[in-house]
Design a protein around this ligand. Structure first.
Ligand SMILES: C[S@@+](CC[C@H](N)C(=O)[O-])C[C@H]1O[C@@H](n2cnc3c(N)ncnc32)[C@H](O)[C@@H]1O
Length: 244
């Protein structure tokens, strides 16, 4: 079967990883570099806050986390002081129920919404920010356009998109992905695949930036490296931003 003709992985496959999902910390090298699963996701939250500081000072920005898994990103966004309303969607109902089960009781919860394929069934033009983090590499090549189109439909005019992905140009990332069970069958995408697709989909202000040059456990040193080398396409992860 060619990669392009691969069919959508059944959502039930992701259900199997929901209980105790720890962002691939079962890959030995990642466990060594990390700290814990939250440390890897916290890098993205810090990046988001540097990119759009108003996320912390405003409470009226509606935020979508598409393919939210067990909602680690939204949980850490709340912990970082982001109080705006949040919605998390996923194709895996197992991931969504686990996300709701482990959500901290003292933190305003997101709305959780099950997807049917790329479609969310949500009303159009309601979000100021849509984040899709570590999801597209699970989406078959011929269905990725549907995901971008759904995100475009859901954002308000002028709304912002952030795509976080594993960087296939980073050998450590490639090594970790091949040893992470949830990533079996994943097709990593280099930054130009995202930027080209977004250009073709009518998005504006498309930019790439790179993160995770050093293990998250190095804290401030790792953040300083991102500030210095964000232009260098060698980080473990990358972010592509665009607006509608
Ligand atoms: C590696 S996890 C990432 C979860 C979360 N975004 C994060 O960064 O922690 C991948 C998630 O993508 C979801 N997923 C896979 N295919 C998807 C699709 N076509 N649309 C939305 N979510 C999808 C899986 O169910 C899983 O929860």
């Amino acid at each position: 079967m060619s990669k392009a003709s691969m069919t959508q992985r059944p959502p039930a496959e992701f259900d199997a990883y929901a209980k105790g999902y720890d962002s691939g910390m079962d890959a030995p090298l990642k466990a060594l570099a990390g700290g814990g699963a939250d440390d890897f996701v916290a890098v993205k939250v810090r990046w988001l806050l540097r990119w759009w500081p108003e996320l912390r000072t405003r409470s009226d920005l509606s935020i979508l986390d598409y393919g939210c898994g067990v909602a680690t990103l939204m949980r850490l966004m709340r912990a970082a002081g982001i109080s705006s309303p949040m919605t998390g969607t996923d194709v895996s109902s197992g991931m969504l129920s686990e996300a709701a089960r482990i959500w901290p009781p003292d933190s305003p919860p997101p709305l959780f919404q099950a997807q049917d394929g790329a479609g969310t069934g949500l009303a159009p033009e309601q979000f100021d920010l849509a984040v899709i983090s570590a999801v597209l590499h699970h989406v078959p090549l011929d269905q990725r356009t549907l995901v971008y189109a759904e995100l475009h439909r859901l954002l308000k005019p002028g709304g912002r998109l952030v795509v976080f992905e594993h960087n296939p140009w980073n050998p450590v990332t490639k090594y970790v992905v091949t040893r992470t069970p949830i990533d079996a069958g994943a097709i990593l995408l280099p930054p130009p695949e995202v930027t080209t697709a977004l250009r073709g989909g009518g998005w504006r202000d498309i930019r790439s930036s790179h993160l995770m040059f050093l293990p998250p456990r190095l804290g401030a040193v790792a953040t300083a490296a991102e500030r210095l080398f964000g232009w260098l396409p060698m980080g473990g992860q990358y972010a592509v931003t665009a607006s509608k």
